[in-house]
Design a protein around this ligand. Sequence first.
Ligand code: ADP
Length: 257
Amino acid sequence: FKRIAIESESNDELNKMATTFNHMIDLLEDNYKKQEQFVSDASHELKTPLTVIESYARMLKRWGNKRPEVLEEAVEAIHSESVRMKDLTQQMLLLARDDSQPSQIQKVDLVLMVKEATKNLRNAYPRDFYVHSDLELLEIEGDSLKLKQVLFILLDNAIKYSSDRIDIVLSKNGGIAKIAVTDYGIGIPKEDLDKVYDRFFRVDKARSRDTGGSGLGLSIAKRIMMAHHGELNITSEEGKGTTVTMELSVLQGINSH
Ligand code: ADP
């Protein structure tokens, strides 16, 4: 990327144009570097499950007929790594297409959304989900599928990195609706707190791999919240637990009670 050299005695207008041009080049270069980093990170992430699949397939070819225990282990590993790769590519596509923009804006009742999400998860996971809300209705405007996706990412993390109990608190403060998801699990070290939104970032790569994490969840969640002019905030203490809060503007005139 070439920038225009600015000469001190040249005319003012030209200087201004050159500064703007150079600024645009900086932005382009920055974007280009981010893309490059994304491609390199993504390839790396896909390479790991592929290597596992490849080596188990080799084992199968060699021992599969003779040793049933090898057959079982290999099929299991190939299956779970394929599922991981499928999830990962789906999430990557979502990021690449920048699917975070709300496509269907409608009224969404956050109380109902939380109740439904926890009902589904209660059936799937043996965890105590507690929903706390003084409100019967908390309406905002947004894309309900995308907001549900954010909530699922937060609940999924709370399940993956936590103990048995998960609290979900719904509240309204001024014009802001909040959903706070709290777990009492491993927490996030202070120095990593501002990195958790980075694509592919995981506090502990090995452990997150065991729990099936890709490091993309929170970056997707953050984008969706930003596209809704909302916010996503995290507070956490290592060894104690984590609270992630979704914040959105309340729909005026409806939540007056
Ligand atoms: P992942 O798919 O790995 O969970 P995320 O982008 O959702 O990816 O989260 C990034 C990283 O932040 C996780 O790998 C984990 O290390 C950390 N993290 C996220 N949520 C929590 C939580 N509730 N408790 C502890 N660590 C968390």
